[in-house]
Design a protein around this ligand. Sequence first.
Ligand code: BT5
Length: 263
Amino acid sequence: AGIEFGLDAPYVVEHHESLPSTNDRARTLAADGGTDVAVVADEQTGGRGRLDREWVAPSGGVWVSVLTRPAVAPARAPLFTLAAAVAVADACREAGVDATIKWPNDVLVAGPEAGGGDDRPGRSDRPDRGGRKLAGVLTEMEGEADRVSWLVVGVGVNANLDPGTLPAGATSLRAERGEDVDRRRFLARLLERYAELAADPDAVLSAWRERASTLGRRVRVETPGGTVTGRAVDVEPPGALVVETDEGRTRVHAGDCEHLRDA
Ligand code: BT5
């Protein structure tokens, strides 16, 4: 069983030294009827990304899953993924690291992206670091036809980690700002901001647009239905990416997005 983390947070915070996955623990709590709980672990031994990919989660990161039962239709669940990405980006900025969001769920260091396409000047004074991944979000839920039964939004932030222990293309808050972040304070801000956004899902998209680096970019998105290449022009409810392709506009609801260099 978990122990209280002693945080002033809008959720009951259940803290563990080590768990296989905070999402799995939150799902167990959901099955037991729980709600409004944030499960935190110092380390995860079986952290998960999307599509059953591995999420590397040693001690020093912020690994947290928030279990709620929002009164919305299952189709609106993607808004909560976007809300979590906004909350992470804001918490990173408050910690002194300029962060942007790559659709749908990646939080990256702002600035020109090596191998990518952001050659616009003035985006960063550290042009070699832009595009590195600071954090990701994994949302899982169960719903009836018209209502979410439970929703687990899992957030992984590379806080005080050595990038050498992370997959290629990843970085940490400590590596970007040059000193440790206060993980407890970071978590408190993250949960506070997420709760604020989750209480007002209609406001999420505009907040997301302001922090996204994907809009206006050329992208390649691997979707379950095939590859979509074109210019990302907008995000539409409940979180679909609108891509302008040679064949016209198309909406992408899920997939892996890569930012491309401008032709
Ligand atoms: C994600 O997946 O970005 C969602 C990650 C969610 C992790 C949190 S931690 C708390 C909660 N409990 C869990 O078990 N999960 C959630 P995706 O977009 O599929 O990205 C996964 C890919 O990112 C992997 O295939 C690696 O290439 C890379 N990766 C793995 N660990 C990473 C890390 N710590 N930092 C950056 N990239 C990483």
